[in-house]
Ligand binder design. Structure first.
Ligand code: ADP
Ligand code: ZN
Length: 755
């Protein structure tokens, strides 16, 4: 007998089960009895020693992850202060649960029972339960999933086991086949004959490290268009030659098709693509193929960091500064940080690539924790784009060709279109108008459940809350100033209480540009147009195929795309995001503006960038104009130091929310007290006493979301270990106290989101 430690989602401790199956190893998914139910869990440990208590046998099993991943899961549970089962549950795709891993198929012998009347009678009277199951499988055409049979039998597993023993059915591992391969849309790339000198040095630098087979984290600091991807591809080729595996994570789903095509046209091996928009079948197919070692290169978004690759030799985190690497619920991990831990466990190289690295990463380079390779020139030899800053304060409204378009931007668009070149317009706000405001009392229409304004979406003809998705028809008049039932009589010219559409979103920009340039073909990419499967691919494909001249969109269009025809980039309002109550706001805006600027003039001709702003002297805008990311970073680092903000501290945020404002505040205060106690009692025992400061509780900048009132407490500390301890302590307290049902406590370690 072997005894298995099994981690079950929803339970905070592991249970012990037994099996005599020699093939079960750590990382297996097992089905086990729990009370009257059958549940799934993961094997996290195995021992031969019989425990002092009685154990139950497992029901079924199959391999789900490898031992290296198990170590990673333990690290995550420890660092983020969660329990192992919920970590595994979040990390593994839903499909990797055995409920869809096998089909039950009737055998020839099984079918025979239904052929002969005698047999049929005998069997149905002798084995009633089994007969019912068998009949149902026949009814379903000879194959069924376990799920489909659940209602047929109260003791399904016994029936299935008995039928299997009699050879009347067999379990068949489900094979999902990839759906029809998506049509390629020209994202392929010719192989450049020669690396540039700087690419070559970066390649040599990393190639040596891959051969050394040691853990190391390194920043590949290469300007936009410097050809980082080409360096990645050649390094992965080396890894494949050595029979190793490589993992590439990218921040945005929009980047995966482009990179996937690029990689698969160049690497002579099958590549797994992993992100939230692929089908269950594909996910399952890839997971299995990776686990079995049939696929050695995986590329995907955040959760791909858990791809069960063996013999990892290289992990690449592209655009490492992106906040989309941070998971925003559950155990709020940062995929970049996990990638580094994974590289450590696998003893391999982790490359963080970026043109605008996070200050955390730059700080680690300065501290010699990370090494660095730089590429300061574009691979194609074209100069980086010329950046023009347009000070909107100096332009009179009457001189604007259109409310959001300055004369210079309009002129540049016209020139670009005349030359049959393409352009990208960034506007980081969705919808048509950002808010509706009464012309008389200035009241703004807010979401009834959240403390934010409602955005008008003209395509849907609705007001939408971007936080809770509440929708409503847009009223014409303000309810305070004018009776909603009031209907204007003809000749009534009063405009009292009329709601004005204020603030512009991408829909409005599309409108304005198509009015100015009626012959231009316009594509729009934002969360509203990209929510369908393959929509990204189609929209970007239009640009690649030159079926569209202008791409208008939110931050989604800023990253990574390499569209050769684009020579102009325009930014409608560079100030969006600059004044968020978040210490990272300037860093983020500069990163976004640099990224989007990098889309211009990538192939043969130098590009142009037009930035419209009302803050031309803001440090982020100046740094962009003068191409001084490094000095901006130094300035920001100096600025954050006295404030004890990251990277000078490890930040943690605890959000307490409830439908009752009072309750939220009361418990937020309790939480703060617990943390305060930890600081006074636990810290004084430590010799190398970390510095810890506690802020709050105070209302979150967005005080209410979905009717829940929100308070947060912020901890800045020099010790990530101490933060983990607090997280564990709080979760323990949460589990062991009778908290009100409505109350929620979110613990965000190394938080990015401050709202
Ligand atoms: P990055 O990711 O660093 O912004 P990319 O990898 O997208 O840059 O490369 C920018 C462009 O340069 C691409 O069109 C790519 O095909 C081209 N490129 C890369 N390496 C070379 C090279 N050695 N010679 C010529 N062109 C290259
Ligand atoms: Zn809302």
């Amino acid at each position: 007998m072997r005894y298995l430690k099994v981690s079950i989602p929803g339970l905070d401790r592991e249970l012990t089960y037994s099996t005599d199956d020699e093939s079960v190893i750590e990382g297996f998914c097992v089905e086990v009895p729990l009370g009257k139910r059958q549940v799934f869990g993961w094997v996290t440990g195995i021992s031969e020693e019989e425990p002092s208590f009685k154990t139950k046998d497992i029901i079924s099993s199959y391999l789900a992850f490898n031992s290296e991943l198990k170590e990673l899961f333990c690290w995550i549970a420890d660092y983020y202060g969660g329990d192992l089962s919920s970590v595994i549950d979040t990390a593994l795709p839903r499909q990797v649960e055995s409920r869809i891993s096998f089909n039950i198929q009737i055998t020839g012998l099984g079918r025979d029972i239904f052929e002969s009347e005698d047999e049929h009678k005998k069997f149905s009277s002798k084995y009633r339960a089994q007969y019912k199951v068998l009949t149902e499988i026949m009814r379903l055409g000879g194959t069924a999933t376990r799920e489909q049979l659940l209602t047929i039998s109260t003791n399904l597993n016994n029936s299935i086991n008995a039928l299997e023993e009699k050879l009347l059915i067999e379990k068949k591992e489900t094979k999902f086949f990839l759906q029809q391969k998506i049509k390629e849309v020209g994202f392929q790339k010719e192989k450049p004959t020669k690396l540039t000198d700087q690419q070559q040095s970066a390649f040599d630098f990393y190639h040596q490290k891959i051969l050394n087979n040691k853990f190391e984290t390194s920043l590949l600091f290469g300007i936009t268009g410097s050809g980082k991807t080409e360096v990645y591809i050649r390094l992965i080729e080396e890894v494949i030659n050595q029979n190793g595996a490589a993992l590439v994570i990218v921040p945005e789903i929009a980047l995966t098709p482009q990179l996937y095509d690029y990689f698969s046209s160049r690497l002579k091996t099958e590549i797994a693509i992993l992100h939230s928009q692929i089908s269950d079948g594909e996910k399952w197919y890839y997971w299995n193929a990776i686990l079995k070692g049939e696929i050695k290169v995986a590329i995907g978004a955040r959760s791909a960091v858990f791809a069960p690759l063996n013999n990892l030799r290289l992990i690449i985190v592209d655009e490492e500064h992106e906040s989309s690497y941070k998971q925003s619920d559950n155990f709020r991990y940062n995929a970049r940080d996990i990638a580094i831990v994974r590289a450590k466990l696998a003893n391999c190289l982790a490359i963080l690539g970026s043109a605008t690295p996070s200050l955390e990463t730059l700080h680690n380079v300065a501290n010699k924790k990370y090494s660095i390779a730089e590429i300061t020139e574009r691979a194609t030899g074209v100069l980086p784009p010329e950046i023009e800053i347009i000070n909107l304060n100096e332009i009179k409204t009457k001189d604007l060709p259109s409310p959001n378009i300055s004369p210079i931007l309009a002129e540049r668009i016209e020139e670009t279109l005349a030359k049959k070149e393409q352009l990208i317009i960034l506007h980081n706000k969705r919808g048509f108008s950002s808010y509706l405001q009464c012309n008389s009392c200035s009241e703004v229409l807010n979401c009834p459940s959240c403390s934010v304004t409602l955005t008008y979406h003209r395509n849907q003809k609705k007001l939408v809350c971007h936080l809770c998705n509440y929708t409503a028809l847009a009223p014409s008049y303000c309810a305070n100033c004018r009776d909603p039932k009031f209907t204007a009589v003809e000749g009534d010219e009063t405009e009292i209480g009329k709601l004005e559409y204020r603030g512009s979103g991408t829909e409005k920009i599309v409108d304005e540009i198509s009015l100015l340039f009626p012959n231009a073909r316009i594509a729009r990419l934002d969360r509203d147009t990209a929510n369908k499967k393959n929509a990204y691919r189609k929209i970007l494909g239009q640009m690649h195929e030159r079926e569209a001249d202008i791409l208008i969109g939110t931050q989604m269009i800023a990253k990574g795309h390499d569209i050769p025809g684009v020579t102009l980039v325009g930014v409608i309002d560079a100030d969006i995001g600059l004044h968020m109550p978040d210490f990272r706001s300037s860093e983020r805006v500069l990163q976004l503006l640099t990224q989007v600027s990098g889309r211009a003039g990538r192939s043969s001709e130098r590009g142009r960038v037009i930035i419209q702003t009302r803050q031309p002297f803001h440090p982020a805008i100046l740094a962009l104009k003068e191409n001084k990311f490094k000095s901006f970073a130094r300035f920001e680092l100096d600025h954050r130091k006295p404030l004890f903000y990251p990277p000078w501290s490890h930040l943690m945020r605890i959000i307490v929310s409830s439908l009752s404002e009072n309750e939220a505040l009361t418990y937020a205060e309790k939480v703060s007290k617990i943390i305060d106690n930890q600081i006074t009692h636990n810290l004084s025992n430590l010799t190398n006493r970390p510095v810890v400061t506690l802020l709050g509780p105070s209302p979150c900048p967005i005080e209410k979301i979905s009717n829940r009132y929100r308070f947060h407490t912020i901890i800045k500390s020099t010790s990530p270990k101490f933060n983990s301890t607090i997280a564990r302590e709080l979760r323990f307290w949460e589990k062991n106290s009778k908290l009100p049902k409505d109350l929620r406590i979110a613990i965000d370690i190394d938080c990015y989101e401050m709202m």
